[in-house]
Design a protein around this ligand. Structure first.
Ligand SMILES: [Zn+2]
Length: 295
């Protein structure tokens, strides 16, 4: 991906120097509640790497509704240092998503409200409770922010076997896809329905949400390439490989040695690749209706 020297987003907020990134003894504190390691472990196995809002999943595991939103303190946004290459990459990709989705929304007669992207280390307050690095990147609809600990890209590359800049771009585009879902009202609708669902039904709904975010990431990739022509040989494969490596079946096989489809929250490797590809091939949001399609 020929990203260097491209325009960067103003919506990146660097909290890495805040010093508040302790692991708090390894037990995440969310919405003011401590969670036992048991449910945290289960939630991790459930694979909410790239979760839309991990706290929703945790809320389900705890048997309660969504935890109360913890108010993130208002603070001035720090920009990442100019020489920080990883941060520059994220800013460039985020800027391109702003341009692409700005055009797509405008063409549909709407307006795209840009999300912010927070770089953090360890832990950080969000409108969805305390965000933790261990969750992987996530989007919080309560404050319209994407949260990423850049160390995740090492995990993605080395531990999950998905290296490459376009694999990283796909991760960012997937999270921005959750923001698009939020703007389209999908998130609220699903969250409302979730309260009346069994665990298995809620998981199935989560899969549809996540595959749609993958498809929207593909829609971005389509228009991004049309606009900038910046993809290089192997880039598409990097994104497809990443989609495959974070499929629920692949992650479960890795972490627990067996696959439990009822517990899927993000979709199988095959599904994730297929929906990303579908978005990328057509570049049409309407083709991302995972709620009325056979998955
Ligand atoms: Zn997601």
């Amino acid at each position: 991906m020929k990203w260097e020297g491209q325009e960067q987003s103003d919506n990146v907020e660097d909290r890495r120097g805040d010093g508040g990134g302790g692991r708090r003894g390894g037990i995440p504190v969310m919405g003011g509640r401590g969670l036992g390691l048991g449910s945290v472990a289960i939630a991790l196995v459930a694979g909410w790497i790239f979760g839309i809002n991990p706290l929703t999943v945790l809320g389900l595991l705890e048997g309660g509704g969504a935890p109360p939103a913890a108010q993130a303190p208002a603070r001035p946004a720090h920009k990442p240092p100019a020489e920080d290459k990883a941060a520059a990459f994220v800013s460039v990709v985020l800027r391109d998503t702003e341009q692409v989705w700005g055009r797509v929304f405008q063409a549909a007669g709407g307006r795209y409200d840009q999300p912010r992207l927070v770089l953090f280390r360890g832990a950080t307050p969000t409108a969805c409770g305390t965000g933790e690095s261990a969750m992987g990147p996530f989007y919080c609809p309560g404050d319209s922010k994407v949260y990423i600990d850049l160390d995740f890209f090492d995990t993605l590359s080395r531990r999950l076997g998905a290296p490459g800049d376009f694999a990283q771009a796909y991760v960012i585009a997937h999270e921005v896809g959750h923001h698009v879902q939020h703007l389209m009202g999908v998130t609220d609708k699903v969250d409302q329905a979730r309260s009346r669902m069994s665990k298995a039904q809620a998981n199935a709904a989560s899969v549809r949400v996540e595959l749609q975010a993958d498809c929207l990431a593909g829609v971005w990739a389509h228009h991004s390439q049309q606009g900038k022509g910046w993809l290089e040989r192997g880039d598409i494969e990097e994104a497809l490989n990443a989609a495959s490596r974070i499929g629920d079946d692949t992650l479960q096989r890795q972490s627990q040695g067996r696959v439990v489809p009822e517990s899927f929250t993000h979709g199988s490797s095959e599904q994730r690749m297929r929906w990303f590809k579908r978005g990328m091939d057509g570049g049409v949001v309407a083709q991302c209706n995972t709620f009325e399609a056979k998955l």
